[in-house]
Design a protein around this ligand. Structure first.
Ligand SMILES: [Zn+2]
Length: 268
C-alpha cells in the first residue's frame, strides 16, 4: 500500500473510533458537546498519527478519568465552588490533552522525543486528574505552600490521599506507555509527577481565587456557579484559571519527560 493511502486510512479509522467514543462520553455526561468535539479532534490526531500505541495511552487516560469522576459523586457536588464537577467542556479537554495532541501531530514519523512529550504531558494531566478526583474525597487538605489547612477542593490544597493518587496517576500512564512500547517508564512517570507538582504550586499561588460577595466565600468560577453572582478577584492573577494551570502542567510534564530521558539515557 502507498504510504499516503495507509496514512489516510489510519486517520479515517481514528476519526470514526474517536467519534464513537466522544459521542458515548457525551451521552454518559462525561463531556459537554464542545468537550466531545475537542476529544474527537485529539483522538483523531492520536490514532491517526500515533497509531494504536498512542491511542491506547490516550484511551487509558480518558477512560480512567471518566470512571473516577463518578467516584463519590455526592461529595463532589459540594465542590461546585471550585468548578471541579460536571461534564468537561472543550477548554478543560484541551487544557489536559492539547499539548499531547500537538506533540503527536508533529511526530509524523516515529520521533522518540515527541512521543515522550506526548506521554509525559498525559502523565501530568492524569496525575492532576487522579489527585483531584480522589484527593477531594479526603476530609482535610493543606496548602502545598503554607501547609495551613484549606477548604477541601480548593486548587493548591494537598492531602496524603491526593498525593498518593497523583503518584499513581503518573505511574499509570507511564506503565501503559511502556507496555505499548511508546515510551520508557521512568522519564514519563517523573514528568507526570513534576507536572502534577507544578499544578499544585501554581494552584496555591498564581491561580485566580475569587470571592462571591453574596455567599461571602471564596470560589474559582465567575460568576459563582452556586448562585450566579459575579465574583471578584481575591488572590492570584485574573487570567490564570484552572485550565491555564493544567496547560502549563502538561507542558511541564512533556518537557521534564524529554529532559530526563535525554540527561539520564540509562532510564530508557
Ligand atoms: Zn455565591
Amino acid at each position: 500500500m502507498e504510504p499516503d493511502t495507509a496514512g489516510l486510512t489510519q486517520i479515517a479509522i481514528g476519526a470514526v473510533a474517536s467519534f464513537v467514543i466522544a459521542t458515548l462520553a457525551y451521552l454518559a455526561r462525561a463531556l459537554t458537546p464542545s468537550g466531545a468535539f475537542a476529544a474527537f479532534a485529539i483522538g483523531t490526531a492520536a490514532f491517526g498519527v500515533g497509531g494504536l500505541p498512542a491511542a491506547y495511552v490516550l484511551l487509558a487516560f480518558f477512560l480512567a478519568a471518566s470512571l473516577l469522576s463518578r467516584l463519590g459523586a455526592r461529595r463532589k457536588r459540594e465542590l461546585v465552588d471550585w468548578g471541579k464537577h460536571g461534564p468537561r467542556d472543550a477548554w478543560q479537554v484541551l487544557a489536559n490533552g492539547g499539548v499531547a495532541a500537538l506533540c503527536i501531530a508533529l511526530s509524523r514519523t516515529i520521533d522518540a522525543p515527541l512521543l515522550l512529550a506526548f506521554a509525559g504531558s498525559l502523565a501530568a494531566a492524569n496525575a492532576d486528574t487522579w489527585s483531584t478526583e480522589i484527593g477531594t474525597l479526603s476530609r482535610r487538605a493543606r496548602s502545598i505552600i503554607t501547609f495551613r489547612p484549606v477548604t477541601r477542593g480548593i486548587s493548591g490544597g494537598v492531602s496524603l490521599l491526593g498525593t498518593l493518587a497523583q503518584l499513581a496517576g503518573a505511574a499509570f500512564v507511564a506503565a501503559v506507555a511502556y507496555e505499548v512500547h511508546l515510551a520508557p517508564f521512568w522519564p514519563v512517570a517523573i514528568g507526570g509527577v513534576a507536572g502534577g507538582f507544578l499544578d499544585s504550586i501554581l494552584g496555591a499561588s498564581a491561580q485566580a481565587l475569587r470571592w462571591c460577595p453574596r455567599c461571602a466565600r471564596p470560589c474559582e468560577t465567575n460568576p459563582h456557579a452556586a448562585c450566579g453572582t459575579p465574583t471578584t478577584l481575591f488572590r492570584g492573577l485574573r487570567w490564570i484559571d484552572n485550565d491555564v494551570v493544567n496547560l502549563l502542567a502538561t507542558l511541564c510534564g512533556a518537557g521534564v519527560a524529554v529532559l530526563v530521558a535525554w540527561k539520564w539515557p540509562s532510564l530508557w
